[in-house]
Ligand binder design. Structure first.
Ligand SMILES: Nc1ncnc2c1ncn2[C@@H]1O[C@H](COP(=O)(O)OP(=O)(O)OP(=O)(O)O)[C@@H](O)[C@H]1O
Ligand SMILES: [Mg+2]
Length: 138
């Protein structure tokens, strides 16, 4: 009986510490598609939050207007790809809300095509030079 309880406590402790470990190491990937001329404002806003790295790619895409600023009858099936900037940013969970709000604030023009933010769970990260892992590697 006593042994059973001790092992239960042991299991509980293991669950708590492993959850704690996960929390400390939990990371998210933000992929933000923005208007190219907003890149500098977004970069500044993110650096001000203490973010230490990001990847930027020139991309093309379309949203629900299919690349038209106005949709004309008969033009529904024609799609134009509009140049956009994609920002990929991995950060610790606790910065997610502040970072996404900062991106929205810095890239909003209130016109169509302002972009989108997607958020993904990140399984792992490694800093190649040092071998540091997960949140330590960001
Ligand atoms: N569902 C999607 N999946 C992947 N990329 C998308 C998606 N929706 C939009 N994008 C990307 O985001 C860019 C900007 O999208 P946009 O802001 O026009 O979305 P929207 O849904 O049309 O909203 P709005 O009505 O404000 O324009 C697109 O050019 C495309 O690169
Ligand atoms: Mg659109």
């Amino acid at each position: 009986m006593v042994y059973k309880n001790i092992s239960k406590i042991g299991t509980l402790f293991a669950v708590i510490t492993s959850n704690d470990f996960k929390r400390r190491n939990s990371m998210k990937l933000i992929t933000a598609i923005i208007k190219p001329f907003k890149l500098d404002d977004v970069r500044k806003a993110l650096v001000d939050l203490g973010i230490e790295g990001m990847t930027v790619t020139e991309v093309k895409g379309f949203g629900r207007q299919k690349g038209h600023t106005e949709v004309y009858r008969g033009a529904e099936y024609e799609v134009n790809f509009i140049p956009k900037i994609q920002i990929d940013l991995v950060l610790k969970d606790d910065l997610l809300d502040t970072a996404t709000s900062a991106i929205v604030e810095a890239s909003k023009t209130d016109k169509v095509g302002d972009g989108k933010i997607f958020v993904f769970d990140v399984q792992g990260a490694i800093r190649i030079r040092t071998g540091e892992k997960n949140a330590e590697a960001l």
